[in-house]
Design a protein. Structure first.
Length: 437
């Protein structure tokens, strides 16, 4: 049996297991078992290699950011960030949508996760938007698709994994997705402001008649938000100021969220803290199991020289750089549709990196290309884990959220994917500014 036939059958095994709704870690475990049985892969050497990789301090950032994200969702930080942004745009028709988009970006700068954005802002914003006359499906779609900014605005968990598996500077990978993230914020906000003109029943919150009382009310909102706003400043300032590493930044985010939630905002009590620890432990255990299996499967493909075979196949089809980049984007999009972003990053990055280097694309630029593609998978069925969580929080059906989600993705997100791919300066400007690319 040829190597390509073996890999194709292994991928088929993986897809079948995914379609059967087998838990994700065991899908990759099954694919790895197939390679051990029929491909001659050494399970012992793979396990030793994966264990050595998994004790990396860089990898410790992932569970810490998961813990930080859950603490932020329960601590009340997101609520006060929403109130802060609402002071500036809340009185504009469609302004609450902009509040949702910008807040998702700020929450992403604290947690590095897409789930945290929808989990922390959704329960607050979706009911408020519905109360003001927005259709529930639209409100849920807006909050949900905006949450992918958590995967692009640094620090980003998937960029940590990209830097780890490709040995690229994590700080450079963080900065590579800032440009695309800001562009998505601008496009989403524009689409929202235009679309809300179609909703005649939108009602703005009643304005406080007394000017002095209104200023006092807004000043109070701003003051209460300042501690929460300082968290991303501390994290990003510490990372790029050389004060601490991304892993230490994740620990700082978790530590800072605890006193803010317990002592200042008082939304985090003992019961909520215990629930956060339980959820974090469950998520971390599942993710680490998945990472081990994915690492071993990816390394098996590398040892079988699959990256070199991909280069030969694609260059045998065409040598046109434009066509090859479109094929790579389509492949990444399909990967994002069937597995989560972390899994896709660990599995695919080592396989495609030699190919894109042959095309003259720098590893830092490719970090942004992979980031924007895999982040989109979180709201693109059938995987669409962030989308399904948003539907649960927004208490809406799939048919209600599908239309608005597609509009935001096709008009607001997809153009950014292609701009990121074909305009390298969008991703490389900041890394070059900091001397990282």
């Amino acid at each position: 049996m040829s190597m390509l036939t073996l890999v194709a059958l292994d991928v088929a095994v993986l897809v079948i297991l995914l379609m059967l709704s087998v838990p994700l870690p065991y899908c990759f475990g099954g694919a790895l078992a197939f390679m051990v049985l029929f491909g001659g892969a050494s399970m012992t050497s793979m396990m030793l290699w994966a264990f050595n990789q998994s004790i990396s301090l860089v990898l410790l950032a992932s569970p810490l950011f998961i813990l930080a994200g859950l603490l932020i969702a329960k601590s009340g930080i997101a609520k006060h960030l929403l109130n802060f942004i609402d002071v500036f745009v809340g009185r504009i028709k469609g302004g609450i949508g902009v509040v949702a988009i910008v807040t998702s970006g700020i929450v992403g700068a604290i947690s590095g996760s897409g789930f945290t954005g929808v989990a922390s802002t959704g329960p607050i914003l979706i009911p408020r938007m519905v109360e003001q006359g927005y259709p529930r499906g639209y409100a849920t779609a807006l909050v949900t698709v905006s949450s992918v900014l958590g995967l692009l605005i640094p620090p980003s968990i998937i960029m940590i994994f990209y830097g780890w598996v490709t040995e690229t500077s994590i700080l450079a990978a963080f900065l590579a997705t800032v440009g695309p993230g800001i562009m998505i914020i601008i496009l989403f906000s524009t689409i929202n402001m235009v679309w809300t003109r179609r909703f005649p029943d939108i009602r703005l919150e009643d304005i406080i008649p007394d000017r002095r009382e209104r200023y006092r009310h807004n000043a109070k909102r701003v003051l209460w938000a300042i501690p929460g706003l300082m968290v991303p400043v501390i994290i990003l300032g510490g990372i790029y100021g050389g004060v601490f590493t991304p892993t230490e930044a994740a620990a700082v985010a978790a530590i800072v969220a605890i006193p803010l939630g317990i002592l200042l905002y008082r939304d985090l009590d003992k019961r909520a803290a215990g629930e956060v620890v339980r959820q974090a432990g469950t998520s971390i255990g599942s993710i680490m199991t998945m990472i081990i299996f994915t690492l071993m499967l990816s390394q098996t493909y590398v040892l079988l020289r699959v990256p070199q075979a991909l280069i030969d196949i694609l260059f045998g089809i065409t040598t046109n750089r434009l066509v090859l980049l479109i094929i790579i984007n389509l492949f990444l999009f399909l990967v994002g549709m069937i597995v989560n972003d972390v899994t896709g990053m660990i599995l695919v990055a080592p396989l495609l990196l030699p190919l894109v280097i042959e095309l003259g694309i720098s590893p830092v630029h490719f970090a942004a290309i992979m980031g924007v593609n895999l982040a989109m998978g979180g709201v693109t069925p059938p995987y669409a884990s962030i989308l399904y969580l948003g539907m649960k929080i927004g208490k809406t059906e799939f048919h209600s959220i599908l239309g608005p989600t597609l509009i935001f993705l096709l008009i607001g997100y997809l153009p950014v994917v292609f701009i990121t791919t074909f305009w390298a300066d969008l991703s490389l400007f900041l890394p070059r500014l900091f001397g990282l690319a």
